[in-house]
Design a protein around this ligand. Structure first.
Ligand code: NAD
Ligand code: MG
Length: 396
């Protein structure tokens, strides 16, 4: 029996993870659940999955959960805050950690799980973008297994020869082809992008996801973060990772070998496939995902991404090439700008503008310490906030 901690359990990936786990009560038990503030949802999950501990970031929400659990006579302990979360992720009663918190907020718990040698199911791509080398080193030192959940990276993982380690290049690979759906604005003319709303940006044609990653998919920053993620996970230079727009989202990514062979992983766009793969690996377990009907799908199209309309992808490639703290700065500025867009305080095109401004003012240094990376992250957040406020007419 594997004991699983689901961090970010109330989100899109968290809910899909619990769905897969519930299909295999003989193999997996939920040891811990964690979320930011949604205590009512977490209470329902505690009823259904009976974890030993539930962690909330928000103290008032944690008190509400505690009261509700005691009133129902449920035994789940409640903990609160970042340190408690890291302790749970690295705790002795956990074998597998689903890292599905959104944003750099997921870094401390992901690092703790890596250091403690867990199997880490890595959905939280931002933690890799912010502190890639450090996270890979922590996993190697702790003896952790990093299994990617991002559908593209999980596809690549499945197409690579077995026995590879995270961060190390596999022999015989020429390049990786990262597929992109193109997002909701694939066909939106440039002049209309400035006026798109958060709800339009979050209406993804293929995937139902949290709002932050949905906006990232609309700007193509999601593909940019994934490019950085691929370079780190698979030991590749950015020039060997090509982004291909594939609107049907049936091929989840491909690996090309030096002999010209291209291996692809296909399936319905449902995150339960990569989640089940990563939980069961190297075995295969059922996920609840329907068979792909290729005849109904009929065609697979490919096109080049438009970096003129979606400059975030270019910015991410530049940050990948610059290395050091540049990806952390890119990610931090993006998180702040996306939050402003979702709050109705910045236009869609402003997201990439702010990121570019912040990156231009940043001198990339080597990302060799966690303190250094977190300092770059904090400075970039402050800088992005100043630039957004200045444009909004508020004194910086
Ligand atoms: P979401 O917004 O639906 O869920 C985020 C979860 O994290 C929620 O449970 C929330 O309560 C929790 N959370 C946020 N801040 C927290 C904090 N400080 N402490 C504790 N918990 C916190 O997001 P999502 O779509 O599930 O995405 C989660 C991660 O997975 C992201 O990094 C995203 O890029 C990645 N991912 C998601 C998908 C997808 O299909 N949704 C696909 C690939 C990768
Ligand atoms: Mg993805």
């Amino acid at each position: 029996m594997k004991r699983v901690a689901v961090l970010g359990s109330t989100g899109s990936i968290g809910v899909s993870t619990l769905d897969v786990i519930a299909r295999h009560p003989d193999r997996y038990a939920v040891a811990a659940l964690a979320a930011a503030s949604s205590h009512e949802r977490l209470l329902e999950q505690c009823r259904a999955h009976r974890p030993r501990v539930a962690v909330l970031e928000d103290p008032a929400a944690a008190r509400a959960l505690e009261a509700a659990l005691r009133a129902e006579g449920l035994p789940t302990e409640v903990a609160c805050g970042r340190d408690a979360l890291a302790a749970v992720a690295g705790g002795a009663d956990v074998d597998v950690v689903m890292a599905a918190i959104v944003g750099a907020a997921g870094l401390p718990s992901t690092l703790a799980a890596a250091r403690a040698g867990k199997r880490v199911l890595l959905a939280n791509k931002e933690s890799l973008v912010v502190a890639g080398r450090l996270l890979l080193e922590a996993a190697a030192a702790g003896g952790a297994e990093l299994v990617p959940i991002d559908s593209e990276h999980n596809a690549i993982f499945q197409c690579l020869p077995p026995g590879g380690a995270a961060g190390r290049a596999s022999p015989g690979v020429r390049r990786v082809l990262l597929t992109a759906s193109g997002g909701p604005f694939l066909r939106t003319p440039a002049e209309r992008l400035a006026g798109v709303t958060p709800d339009q940006a979050c209406a993804h044609p293929r995937w139902k996801m949290g709002r932050k990653i949905s906006v990232d998919s609309a700007t193509l920053m999601n593909k940019g973060l994934e490019l950085i993620e691929a370079c780190l996970l698979f030991g590749m230079e950015p020039s060997r990772v090509e982004v291909v727009v594939h609107p049907q989202s049936i091929i989840h990514s491909m690996v090309e070998y030096v002999d010209g062979s291209i291996l692809a992983q296909l399936g319905n766009p449902d995150m339960r496939t990569p989640i089940a793969h990563a939980l069961g690996w190297p075995e295969r377990i059922a996920s609840g995902v329907e068979s792909l009907d290729l005849v109904a799908a009929a065609r697979l199209d490919f096109e080049a991404p438009d970096v003129a309309r979606f400059p975030s992808l270019r910015l991410a490639r530049e940050a990948a090439e610059a290395g050091g703290t540049a990806p952390a700065v890119l990610n931090a500025a993006n998180e702040v700008a996306v939050a402003a867009f979702l709050a109705g305080k910045a236009g869609f095109n402003r997201i990439a503008e702010v990121i570019e401004d912040v990156l231009q003012g940043h001198e990339s240094t080597a990302a060799t310490s966690l303190e250094g990376v977190l300092e770059a992250d904090a400075r970039a957040r402050a800088e992005a906030g100043r630039r957004l406020a200045a444009r909004a007419g508020v004194p910086a």
